[in-house]
Design a protein around this ligand. Structure first.
Ligand code: ACO
Length: 191
């Protein structure tokens, strides 16, 4: 990965971490050797994320990002030598068309940006790296956390959202997506 790929106009976070964004177009512009590097990085991180969430198969891999309309944020930091970069986390987002039942019973169709996969390497969780990659995504997409949908969030993600963005109230959905009540009424405090 090269310095010009860094979009996150953010200061370095814990351990000098920074965020880069990848989509099909950007992967397409890499040379063959870089493409193979990225394939290895994305596939490996996708596998680790699936293991952490106890999913049968990874939901993030190189081909899906190359061919799809989803965006992948990668959190990296410098390694022990100049030419080594450590990849510490991933966050994948994409637009979804959803039918959501509101607390009052009404069924509404919405098309939010959704968090589809989110993972920080087990060796460096709970030191703020998740917050760093998530905030980079919010800045880049010009969204607030309550304006986003969450696909089958784990307890860790629910706790992360409650802690960092004060998101707590949502109505459980048959499709397992979480849309916080504030999505529909941002004037209501979410607690
Ligand atoms: N148990 C409960 N809450 C946790 C845990 C945990 N083991 N780990 C992180 N959190 C939450 C807590 O609110 C924690 O605050 P605390 O330490 O004061 O309790 C907060 O996240 C920490 O914030 P960060 O350090 O910024 O987040 P982190 O770098 O740990 O990344 C993430 C959060 C991505 C959820 C990470 O814990 C992880 O990769 N978990 C395993 C995979 C996972 O569950 N991913 C979400 C899947 S659902 C989806 O992608 C739509």
């Amino acid at each position: 990965m090269e310095a010009q790929n860094c979009i996150a106009c953010l200061k370095s976070g814990p351990q000098g971490a920074r965020v880069t964004i990848w989509d099909g177009q950007k992967l397409g512009r890499l040379n063959p050797a870089e493409k193979e590097d990225m394939r290895r990085v994305i596939d490996d991180m996708g596998r680790l994320s699936a293991q952490a969430q106890k999913l049968k198969v990874p939901i993030t891999d190189y081909e899906r990002i190359r061919l799809g309309s989803q965006a992948l944020y990668l959190l990296t930091s410098s390694g022990p030598s100049k030419d080594v970069i450590l990849v510490k986390g991933l966050l994948k987002v994409g637009q979804k068309n959803l039918f959501i039942r509101k607390e009052c019973g009404a069924l509404v169709e919405i098309n939010p940006l959704c968090v589809l996969d989110f993972y920080v390497h087990v060796s460096c969780q709970r030191i703020g790296l998740g917050r760093q990659i998530f905030d980079a995504m919010l800045v880049h997409t010009k969204k607030l956390a309550y304006q986003i949908g969450y696909d089958r969030p784990s307890q860790k993600l629910l706790s992360f959202l409650a802690k960092h963005y004060n998101l707590k109230r949502f109505y459980p959905q048959a499709n397992q997506f979480v849309i916080y009540n504030a999505y529909f009424d941002s004037s209501c405090p979410d607690d």
